[in-house]
Design a protein around this ligand. Sequence first.
Ligand SMILES: *[C@@H]1O[C@H](CO)[C@@H](O)[C@H](O)[C@H]1NC(C)=O
Ligand SMILES: *[C@@H]1O[C@H](CO)[C@@H](O)[C@H](O)[C@H]1NC(C)=O
Length: 393
Amino acid sequence: MERILLTALLAGHAAIWNVLGFDEVRVRLGSVEGSRCSGRVEVFKGERWGTVCSRGWDLRDAAVVCRELDCGFAFSTQAGALFSRSSGEVWWRNVRCSGDEFTLDLCERTPNDKVCPHNEDAGVECTDKLPAPTLTMQSPFCAYSAGEAVLFTCTAPYWRHPIDLYLYKSGVDTPLVTQRADFRQTRVELTLSDLETSHQGSYSCLYRLQGNPGNSPSSNIINITVLEIHTPQIWYNTSQMVRPGWVNRGQSFNVTCSTQPQYPGGSFQLRLIRPNGTVRHSLPALAPFVTFSFSNAQASNEGYYCCLYKVQFGGRTFVSRESQPLAINVRGADPILSPVVISLLVSGLTFVTATCAILIVAKVYCKRVRKPTELERESRTCVDNTYIALTIK
Ligand SMILES: *[C@@H]1O[C@H](CO)[C@@H](O)[C@H](O)[C@H]1NC(C)=O
Ligand SMILES: *[C@@H]1O[C@H](CO)[C@@H](O)[C@H](O)[C@H]1NC(C)=O
């Protein structure tokens, strides 16, 4: 009985609610255009509508108002004076929402105490739907070799406050790249560096407005392929094997290049490095290995042989690393003047000189520093070539 009476008494009598500590607070947005989801922030408190001071008012506070009014996301914090004429009292200043509150009343704030005039009223623009961003790629190609980087660009609509952009790979729950866009910035580079074959797949981006819950819809999808071209192996054989690294003059010999051909349709290139120039041979890779045949070994066949694998994919040419160098000497081919022998002699001499120099230096500085020898440098020229992905002109 008592309860019914109390309820009847309280109904429609906000003042009593206040006395009892139930201060009913409601929020609306006042606008001359009558828009429900943007306008001057108005708060109903103690039977009267008043406003909120824009001092300390930010998008996190605005986001709470938009949420409370079921208006979606905070788009901007406009000056309230732009929307409507002021009325009533200015209730609060320095509103401090975390952005997660369900109502503005749950946010911390300071009573205004007549500090803030009406021309500083806070305003809000809400939007009910975030538009999807656009994902583009700076390179016109969608095939990459392992170790390269892909530069994506995610373009979001214009927002008046910072946004966070995320690059997602389909099938992976967490974003691979996250980047914050500054105020007024709508395009952001999302770089996926040091590609591995596991990066092959479909990519999209999305964004989140700072202080607002929820993500934008996903962008369009871009597929990329990541190729890993293995370094070929190299070996040789001859009809009369004398000793390793040697071929008898006039004999035939075969140099074989081999790799695991994950990407068929390529070719093997054999490079002969000699003191007086480089000779190149090329054969289509019809099998996992190809044999370069030399029917009549001469002094001109002497030198270091290297092979590499070359394949076209997605409009680009991919080249493997060069194999280890293979030294071939031709026996009976004027051995004294043989370039390999000369190069060996030179490197031996350099080595001795270098060692002597080092010993002297070491004595002076009590440190061991060793210069690379000619031979070492020579053999490194093959190996030092890294993956080169050439663009077809
Ligand atoms: C990307 O790849 C997926 C699956 O491989 C395919 O279904 C989709 O059509 C591709 N999308 C584009 C834009 O190429
Ligand atoms: C070199 O290869 C050819 C065919 O590719 C073969 O007929 C020949 O016997 C090989 N020679 C040597 C020395 O292995």
